[in-house]
Design a protein around this ligand. Sequence first.
Ligand SMILES: Cc1cc2nc3c(=O)[nH]c(=O)nc-3n(C[C@H](O)[C@H](O)[C@H](O)COP(=O)(O)OP(=O)(O)OC[C@H]3O[C@@H](n4cnc5c(N)ncnc54)[C@H](O)[C@@H]3O)c2cc1C
Length: 498
Amino acid sequence: MAHDTSSSASPSFTAPSTLLIIGSGVFGLSTAYALTRRPEWQSTQITVLDRAGGSAPSFPENPVFPARDASSIDSSRIIRADYADPAYAALASAAQYAWRQPGPDSIGGEGRYTETGFVLVADDEPPRVRNARGLEVKSGMGFARDAYANALAHARQAGRGDDGDWVQLLDNRAAIAKATTTGAELGDWGYLNRGSGWANAERAMAWLYERVEGTGRVKFVRGTVDKLEIDAGQRKVVGAKLMNGQSMRAELVVVAAGAWTPSLVDLRGQAVATGQVLGYMDITPEEQARLGQAPVLMNLTSGTFLIPPSNNVLKVGLHGYGYQNPKKVTSCLTVPKPTSISAFNDQEQFFPEISVSQPLTHLDDPTLWMPASGERALRKGLRAMVPWPSVADRPFTANRVCWYTDTPTGDFLVAYHPYWSGLFLATGGSGHGFKFLPVLGEHIADSIMGKCTPILKDKWAWKEVTDVERSIVTEDGSRGGQAGLILQTELRKNGPRI
Ligand SMILES: Cc1cc2nc3c(=O)[nH]c(=O)nc-3n(C[C@H](O)[C@H](O)[C@H](O)COP(=O)(O)OP(=O)(O)OC[C@H]3O[C@@H](n4cnc5c(N)ncnc54)[C@H](O)[C@@H]3O)c2cc1C
């Protein structure tokens, strides 16, 4: 978790006396940890608030931890520096250094990280294609080719490049089938990066939680924010009102509520919650032994991926455009038009009724089963990745609709709110934020203190949006499936389970 915090903050920066972080996932918890280690924050009272917790199997006694439906909590997450964008490739390489360190004091130690390698492929398609609006965007093949160039450059930097041993080009289906170890001709072109792998997400979060708690600097509070509290005349966020009526005041509020963030702050055009399907399947000890040795597999054209199983459970996922779940809410703090402000003490006008895609999870509805369209895509992906009759047709024993906080470009949103002072946003994970857990908090802390690197500052900035009603589609080349699907419409089509 090394990071240079020696350079000074922006001259105008003074740490607040009280800080409230809403959400204890990757973004919130890593931020809390980073701030506890900075001298400027020594006198700040830091509170981390989460809506659920206490049920994490690895932490039965812990009352405040990301909820079971938070995207930071799962059996596995891919840890890769395989990015088309050099800035994320570099950031992920720095994170990977931390993941690889062994021992109890390392986030990746004691089996929390496993370096199995990663086979990243795409189907034969041009590197750039036209999207539904006729604009040229990167395709899966474009992403794969750029990621290969970045992976190779990083391997060379580490002195491990040129013999193809570390990053191995797979330029035909037979080479791909061999690298997968399952015999799957998973795509037409790609590569194997032996320096990538996967982490047990929940155990890594538990490790970090212990570190944060161990500082004795952070107060963890369990509660659900209903809406932010404002001083409208000062254009300032002053705290949060909880569902139980309690008010929590803070000089600075960091909203890191993952896919629930757009329900608290109007992020139309900036970020949207999209539901992504995961299928879990019980496998035999023999299958576990074979697949446990396989690399992580991903086809960027279809978006399907497979993480090596653990504890005889295999997981298949779809990194797709996802499902939106629009609902009318009146909890969302908006930017008022100057002409529409009637009186500063009339708070309701700042929380008008708007439509927001809201997470719907197995905690809201224990009977929730993914849409058949998602299950079909997972099944197709599974058959392509593990072409063994015994596994390919076995029913999924469990499923999950897990929620991304998607931005149009896949860049995170880590920035002060442009209108409301006292409000900082740390979100927009776009389905790829987990791997940065060892380094992300330091960069968020830098951003809060006004000393983020210009490249990240630009990428993670609040963007000018001309059409807030236009639906967000993440077009970084890494997504498969169909854009624009509505969860409730798709759920209504669910027939008998496949
Ligand atoms: C299916 C899936 C697969 C993924 N795969 C990968 C991968 O392989 N590799 C990778 O790097 N990344 C992956 N990601 C992305 C990564 O998991 C996320 O980017 C990251 O976990 C997001 O963290 P977060 O802190 O923003 O959100 P979360 O982890 O969701 O945390 C938000 C927290 O806020 C709390 N909260 C929400 N609303 C309120 C409220 N009103 N009041 C109080 N608390 C509230 C929630 O309870 C939750 O604990 C995946 C994500 C998903 C969903």
